[in-house]
Ligand binder design. Sequence first.
Ligand SMILES: Cc1cc2nc3c(=O)[nH]c(=O)nc-3n(C[C@H](O)[C@H](O)[C@H](O)COP(=O)(O)OP(=O)(O)OC[C@H]3O[C@@H](n4cnc5c(N)ncnc54)[C@H](O)[C@@H]3O)c2cc1C
Length: 476
Amino acid sequence: MGLISAKQYRESLNDGRVVYYKGEKVDNVATHPDLKVCVDLMALDYELAEDPGYKDLAVVHDAELDEPVSRYYYKPQNAEDLLKAHELIVKATELGDGYIPLAHDIGADALNAISIAAHMTGNQDYINRIEAYRKKLKREDTATCAAVTDVKGNRMLKPSDPDQKHKDFNVRIVDQNEKGIIVRGAKIHITGAAYCNEIFVLPCHAMTEADKDYAVAFAIPVNTKGLRQVCRPFKAHYSPLEFPNTRPVRVHTDSFIIFDDVLVPWDRVFLCGEWKFTGPMVYNFALLHRRTGCSYRVPLSEQLVGGAVAIAEYNGIAKAPHVKEKLTDLLIYLETLKSLAKTACYDYEMRGDIAVPNTISTNMAKYHFAHNYHDVVKTIQDLAGGLLVTAPTYKDYSNPDLKDDIEKYLTANKEISTENRLRMFDLVRRITTADLEVICLHGEGSPIAERMTIFMEGGKVLKRCKQIVEEMAQIQ
Ligand SMILES: Cc1cc2nc3c(=O)[nH]c(=O)nc-3n(C[C@H](O)[C@H](O)[C@H](O)COP(=O)(O)OP(=O)(O)OC[C@H]3O[C@@H](n4cnc5c(N)ncnc54)[C@H](O)[C@@H]3O)c2cc1C
């Protein structure tokens, strides 16, 4: 089969999965008034693959299956493959108005990280299972997500530490039999889990021998018995107080997933107690996932820069020297991100038979956009002025008693209509919400995780720099 249509994807979601939203059990995520908005966003990945204009980017001919498959499930072999995947995510996110559709991307990051770790274990069963699973994903064009972040309990304690309030803060193996393993625990913040087909489950950090029951990786269908999800609430519709907009609202939700003694068949188990390989698995997932993050951040950052340029012009301040300085800072923010994201692809390395982006540039890109994000938002809020929060609403503007006064007093640049200025305030409020600030900071790992990786990987660079000055100082 190889590729499925957006319609087939939507139909596949009505499978008895257990999903809760705002305290209520959802009958069908694809028709639920709010969750449908997220489903439409994810469906963009399938629409893109159907579009002749993007087929070259989204689809690859698979030599083994001799059929077209999603680029995401194809193993990247070189810089060109990594750059194409980057371009694909950028394009898909542009179509999603700044939201990455996510039908395959994070799942592919998990798939490749598991594959690299399986080869490192040298265990042929694991290698065969993950490659058979890859084939299935390619054939069925399955929508996948990755459940990595455990609820964790006390962060300073190991999962099995007796001081943890209970043993189930990290997903763990509680039993096994001839059919498979039984797992219990909970994952949190899992994006797209409510409206994908299968969930990859990986440990969220490197385990020690004492925590070998937590050294578990697998993939299961979303409708597996014992699996329940609670979605976070989100704004699925434009407010009637905003100016009318016919573009679809784009948004994702993230799930709290409970694994209530779930049976995972052996052919879907990719790690089962081999604690030494949790480190490489998590490390590779973080690398690949951060690369995905850098790619989808490009269109989002372009929106932020665009919002700043537009609001400065609409307020009539674009030519002021301090404004030009601020816009220069924003340009540096955007272009640094774009350069690092591409450099990471050019400077790739092979891990087994998979090309991975450069670790230092990838982590620098993720750290750069997250660390500076709040400053970028601050600049936009500065340039926008207080009207960003105090402007009259569309309802006020539509009231004939008020319209003329709003038109008269709330204009700034005479070239720009008051309506357009107010519309831009609506948009800037949407693209700078607190939800986006949190995902920018913590999505793909909290900032300290990137700094630790940069320091660890940068060891060789530091050593070489020290050697240079020691040679100059003629230190033996
Ligand atoms: C909107 C959103 C979507 C996400 N999507 C996904 C997804 O699809 N899949 C997925 O698996 N995850 C996802 N994540 C999770 C994301 O990777 C985590 O939020 C991130 O790793 C931080 O973990 P946490 O939220 O549990 O925060 P915490 O780990 O509680 O971090 C809070 C603070 O504690 C610090 N801290 C944590 N542990 C320690 C320690 N041992 N010692 C000292 N300091 C510590 C951190 O540095 C941070 O400053 C998503 C997150 C968000 C916000």
